[in-house]
Design a protein around this ligand. Structure first.
Ligand code: DGL
Length: 273
């Protein structure tokens, strides 16, 4: 594979959540080959320190480079918040995260100049969304809320469940009253809760899906660098750091339309990198 255009795109996340980004990328760029890494042995990232996330991300980038990727997508919000800037400086290929595309879209939507962000503790504490949004429009007020229970609820498959709805009501009570008119789903898993969140929040709050926005940004990035694939239907190679079967089951279910592309899931020892 000497042709740069046919080299794969590397996507990584702390686990299964990044599949929401892989899904949007496949929809937007069906001809791209993808190598996905889910760090299932070390998930969650959302509660870990910046130093740890940088260390993990460096190891994963090393692994993906070995797979000869032409560009990298940091699908994890927490890793985008903590490690993207550092890694970008160390890399010789293009890399994007999910924060900037989602943040930018919210600034184009909001009329009330009040934007909400939900995510892991790490992402919300980092204030990354708020900082970036303020560089685009200093008048916008950003209201953040960590929703740590959403990740396990999604992984349990309770995306349309009464319990999850109650949890969402609790988490988002203040958000609803705050006057935000757009809400960034700042965590990989949250796009899977879109229907439920719409029900809880009503029609006056527009949900921003960074997974979708990232696919658009990736498209632009590949074109700008003249490395967009012009091949046929892309491949999808999946690597994980823990039980491949569990991952495969979740992937087949959450990516129904591409279930035929979820074939082999290979376990690797990421600590070797
Ligand atoms: N992938 C993480 C994120 O988007 C959520 C899961 C975790 O905490 O690792 O921040």
């Amino acid at each position: 594979m000497s042709n740069n255009k046919e080299k794969p795109i590397g996507i990584f996340d702390s686990g299964v959540g990044g599949l929401t980004i892989a899904l949007e990328i496949m929809r937007k760029l069906p001809n791209e080959n993808i190598v996905y890494f889910g760090d299932t042995a070390r998930v969650p990232y959302g509660t870990k320190s910046k130093e740890t996330i940088i260390h993990y991300s460096r190891q994963i980038v090393k692994f993906l480079k070995e797979k000869n990727v032409k560009a990298i997508v940091v699908a994890c919000n927490t890793a985008s918040a903590f490690a993207l800037d550092t890694i970008e400086k160390e890399l010789d290929i293009p890399i994007i995260g999910v924060v900037k595309p989602g943040a930018k879209a919210s600034t184009q939507i909001t009329e009330s100049k009040k934007v909400g962000v939900i995510g892991t503790e790490g992402t919300i504490k980092s204030k990354i969304y708020s900082e970036y949004i303020k560089t685009l429009d200093p008048e916008i007020e950003v209201i953040g809320r960590a929703c740590p229970l959403f990740v396990p609820l999604v992984e349990e498959g309770w995306t349309h469940d009464m319990i999850t709805e109650e949890v969402a009501e609790r988490y988002l009570e203040e958000m609803k009253a705050s006057g935000v008119d757009s809400l960034i789903l700042g965590c990989t898993h949250y796009p899977l809760l879109r229907t439920l969140l719409k029900k809880v929040l009503g029609d006056s709050i527009t949900l921003v899906n960074p997974a979708y926005e990232t696919a658009l940004s990736l498209d632009e990035l590949l074109r700008e660098n003249d490395i967009a694939s012009d091949g046929d239907k892309g491949t999808f190679d999946i690597y994980v750091s823990d039980d491949p079967e569990k991952f495969k089951k979740f992937a087949k279910k959450s990516m129904k339309e591409y279930a035929d592309r979820v074939d082999e899931v290979t376990q690797i020892n990421i600590e070797e990198y």
